[in-house]
Design a binder for this molecule. Structure first.
Ligand SMILES: [Zn+2]
Length: 115
């Protein structure tokens, strides 16, 4: 299916202002229906926003190809970080998080004891 025709017809010079509200929602709906709702940043389901593989500030476009589902918190946590850096950080975080007592990831949602 041709997902670009629609975007191109509107012109490539889509300003941030015109890409709010309905247009943004439509774009999100399309990306989510294309890729599902698994967050591409953390791998968990329940994504409700679209993250840009190439951040828009780096020239990334609002195309289906450049969009991936993401949780809003993952999305804002990543910000304009390059994806490679993000995944590196995630890896480090995971390594640090499980480094204390339990080798399993079972207690991640509980606060760690500092005493
Ligand atoms: Zn996520």
């Amino acid at each position: 299916m041709c997902v670009y025709g629609h975007l191109l017809r509107k012109g490539r010079a889509v300003s941030q202002h015109s890409f709010s509200g309905r247009a943004a929602r439509k774009y999100r709906d399309r990306v989510l229906s294309e890729y599902g709702t698994t967050c591409h940043l953390c791998g968990l389901p329940g994504a409700t926003t679209v993250d840009h593989l190439i951040p828009r500030s780096h020239g990334g476009e609002n195309s289906i190809e450049n969009g991936r589902p993401a949780h809003s918190r993952c999305n804002s946590a990543r910000g304009n970080m390059p994806l490679s850096q993000w995944f590196l950080q995630q890896k480090k975080k995971r390594a640090q998080g499980g480094a204390t007592h339990t080798p399993t990831d079972h207690h991640v949602s509980e606060p760690s004891r500092n005493w």
